[in-house]
Design a binder for this molecule. Structure first.
Ligand code: URA
Length: 205
């Protein structure tokens, strides 16, 4: 086979090139001027976590999962015995999608059109990071990874397989845990996230 100019690239270099191409592409400009929030962590990595989209804090800092949801995630990872540098973390949408209400910005749930627009980039990102297992945090991530709607409440902690052979474990989104009104249920959901992350790390490694 003919060698391409990129055949000698390391995965980290390939990801850098993908991100540069992605940020320069027309389809990829955020509608609001929000900065692009790229994935972070080890490349390649056997374990990948996929979120939904950056929130206020992530948008301000340009890093995934650094706000309130990120604190929940960090605590769950710590309790599951996983170091954040043992994995790769990214989002389905690389920009914060919101509507304005007065001076506030309110999170909008991504549509299938939004997910589909980002999907080619996400698939290339996955191919480069090359995870054995991807934890889908919430239903938007699961939709992007599995091309179908699933009920996370029923499917969390189960191991599903993608067409490319990579495993997907659906888990609660940390923001869903934060929004749980009942304290006992909130604790239960948090413990389930810890359990699902621990299982995912065991299997990936
Ligand atoms: N929620 C997400 O899905 N991703 C983030 O990066 C932060 C909050």
């Amino acid at each position: 086979a003919r060698m391409s100019a990129h055949d000698n690239e390391t995965p980290a270099e390939a990801l850098f090139r993908l991100n540069a191409t992605m940020m320069a592409s027309d389809e990829f400009q955020s509608m609001t001027g929000a900065p692009t929030v790229l994935g972070t962590g080890s490349v390649p990595s056997p374990l990948m976590l996929l979120g939904e989209q950056p929130g206020e804090q992530e948008d301000a800092m340009g890093q995934p999962f650094v706000g309130p949801a990120g604190q929940v995630l960090d605590e769950a990872l710590m309790l599951a015995g996983i170091e954040r540098d043992q994995l790769y973390v990214t989002n389905t949408l690389k920009h914060y999608k919101f509507r304005r209400q007065g001076s506030a910005r309110l999170h909008l749930v991504p549509t299938l059109v939004d997910i589909t627009r980002y999907l080619p980039w996400l698939e290339q990102e996955i191919a480069i990071v090359s995870p054995v297992l991807i934890v889908a945090l919430g239903k938007v991530a699961a939709r992007a990874l599995l091309s179908k709607e699933i009920a996370v409440e029923q499917m969390r902690g189960q191991m599903l397989e993608r067409r490319d052979g990579r495993l997907v474990v659906p888990a609660y989104h940390p923001s869903y845990i934060l929004r749980t009104p009942d304290a006992a249920m909130k604790k239960t959901r948090f413990q389930r996230l810890v359990k699902d992350l621990a299982m995912a790390a065991r299997i990936a490694n």
